[in-house]
Design a protein around this ligand. Structure first.
Ligand SMILES: [Zn+2]
Length: 83
């Protein structure tokens, strides 16, 4: 089983929450250890999630560090709406 970077991005939230089957977790870990680009994305994702957890309300623009890419924030907001 192989993941593209794009597929990995889509699983990122579940990956961090540990909601994925063991084999998928394993594939992602392997990919992340070999792909600096995805590793960087994971770091940004973690940061954004931390911000989301620490404030219960919607993001105010000035609370988000400039290092977190806008599309990522939108993706997280979308994901949170679904729950
Ligand atoms: Zn990658």
């Amino acid at each position: 089983m192989k993941l593209t970077c794009k597929e990995l991005y889509e699983f990122m939230g579940d990956y961090l929450e540990g909601n994925l089957p063991d084999d998928v977790m394993c594939v992602m870990k392997t990919h992340l250890s070999r792909c600096p680009c995805c590793e960087h994305y994971l770091e940004n994702y973690r940061t954004a999630l931390r911000l989301g957890v620490s404030c219960c309300k919607e993001y105010a623009e000035d609370e988000v560090p400039a290092s977190v890419p806008e599309p990522l924030i939108q993706a997280i907001l979308e994901a949170r709406k679904k729950k």
